[in-house]
Design a protein around this ligand. Structure first.
Ligand code: GLN
Length: 484
């Protein structure tokens, strides 16, 4: 049963093959059993989950349910959950019990999902390997000596190991897609503003976007139907009408025009990864798509621009964690200045401090024009590159990550290499576009993702293509050894 997709679980609950309580207990047992080795959960929510599952069974008996009532889910620990610890992977929030639910959580609860727990993540979502978490690194179920990617590595690892049928993630510069790629699952980063950020702890507000991490595109579509939509509590939430994301899944992709950016297949991409991604694209051609080379000439500027904009916004967002208004407070402060300095010094980890310092520097009076303003101008160029490309093609395809999962500790002391591994993901956030990563094969027994980037609000099209790809391929069905 734990190998099932959301659609299959929904059918099993409907036919009474299994109750929600049985299903929830089954997943909880797996979470507890495997969390010692994978470390993908910060909090397992056992008692509450069982209580909710019993309620779900009652709702089903009384015919007061949705198709998803009683299906377990894991929430990334960046989403506020009422009455439950919400740490954002940081010592700063180690004792924070959120007093309200994020909109995403509220919507999922209302749809009847049962929250199994909160998944581990890079501290404040800053990282690509899950090694910056205060709670220790997450392991990749395909090989526990390797990282799962980040920052939504706990969610990716938990879904890949079948500890939960689905999970949420957030993506500021690739944190849904890259861990999905490294763990062999499907991850969708929606258009900026499509999913509410209310109650999602802010890293870089103009880039952050929540979305599904699932076994299949169909499951991602089912979750999108629940979480997408306007939210008056998020001022950047889009008022645009929401699609039925499952409606077009079975459409043919005959005639689809795919753009292949030459910048995505050049230097920086591992040759084995290139081959797997190209084979994936050939699969789409067999389904009737045509390909054409395109140019995204400002791609090489995306990493430097992102690593100015994201730290700038984080230095401002994280200023609220001062031991007074929010967050950890140091013991026995001498005076106010000591209170601020030590609370922040002790509460934040190394990577977060590095970002805050870069952010404060690029925003400071003498450097604002040279760095921050320049980065914002580059952001426009990157957006224009994509808009030019979409005049000729329907979607853009390429790799999600520059390589497969790397070894734990391999890159942790080399932040620049770590930043460079975000090459194919950050420009999508800078432009605010939607993109999906789907499993496309294996290199050395480690998963490789194929990324599809769409124009604004074209999640439905991306899910359709991904679903058609998954009808024609089996990569997404592979289960890591030991987790069958
Ligand atoms: N790896 C990128 C970073 O460290 C992206 C993180 C994210 O998307 N949250 O900033």
């Amino acid at each position: 049963m734990h190998q099932s997709t959301l659609a299959q679980l929904s059918a099993a609950l409907e036919s009474k093959e299994i109750s929600s309580e049985e299903l929830t207990r089954l997943y909880l047992e797996r979470c507890k059993k495997f969390n010692d080795s994978l470390n993908c959960f910060i909090t397992i929510n056992e008692d509450e989950a069982i209580k909710k599952a019993k309620l779900a069974d009652q709702q089903r008996a009384e015919n007061k349910h949705t198709a998803l009532t009683g299906i377990p889910v894991a929430q990334k620990d960046i989403f506020c959950t009422n009455g439950i610890k919400t740490s954002c992977g940081s010592k700063m929030l180690d004792n924070f019990i959120a007093p309200y639910d994020a909109t995403v959580v509220e919507k999922m609860n209302a749809a009847g999902f049962i929250m199994l727990g909160k998944t581990n993540m890079d501290e404040f979502a800053m990282g690509s390997s899950n090694e910056t978490s205060f709670y220790g690194p997450v392991k990749n179920p395909w090989n526990t000596d390797y990282v799962p990617g980040g920052s939504s590595g706990g969610s990716a690892s938990a879904v890949a190991a079948r500890l939960t049928p689905i999970a949420t993630g957030t993506d500021t510069g690739g944190s849904i897609r890259q861990p999905a790629s490294l763990c062999g699952i499907t991850g969708l980063k929606p258009t900026y503003g499509r999913v509410s950020r209310y109650g999602m702890i802010a890293f870089a507000s103009s880039l952050d976007q929540g979305g599904p991490m699932a076994l299949t595109a169909e499951d991602a579509a089912l979750m999108m139907n629940v979480i997408a939509g306007f939210d008056e509590r998020d001022s950047t939430s889009a008022e645009q009408q929401v699609d039925d994301y499952t409606k077009n899944l079975n459409n043919s992709i005959e005639g689809l025009k795919i753009g292949l950016p030459k910048e995505y297949f050049g230097e920086g991409l591992d040759s084995n990864i290139a081959k797997i991604v190209e084979d994936g694209i050939k699969e789409l051609e067999k389904l009737g798509a045509t390909c054409k080379e395109i140019e995204l000439p400002n791609t090489e500027l995306s990493i430097p621009a992102y690593y100015v904009v994201a730290p700038a916004e984080c230095s401002s967002n994280l200023s609220r964690f001062d031991g007074v208004r929010f967050g950890y407070r140091c013991d026995d402060p001498k005076d106010l200045s000591d209170l601020y300095t030590r609370s922040r010094g002790e509460g934040f980890g190394k990577e977060v401090k590095r970002r805050i310092m870069i952010g404060a520097y690029v925003l400071s009076a003498g450097y604002y024009d040279a760095y921050y303003l320049k980065a914002q101008q580059i952001r426009h160029l990157i957006r224009d590159d994509f808009q030019n490309a979409f005049k000729d093609v329907d979607v853009i395809a390429g790799p999600t990550a520059t390589g497969t999962a790397f070894k734990l500790n391999e890159m942790i002391d080399d932040p620049v290499s770590m930043y460079l591994s975000d090459l194919y993901t950050v420009s999508v956030n800078l432009a605010g576009l939607p993109a999906i990563s789907v499993p496309a094969g294996f290199d050395n027994n480690l998963p490789v993702g194929l990324q599809l980037i769409g124009n604004y609000f074209e999640e439905s099209r991306l899910l359709n293509i991904a679903h058609q790809f998954q009808q024609a391929t089996d990569h997404h069905k592979a289960i890591p050894e030991g987790f069958e």
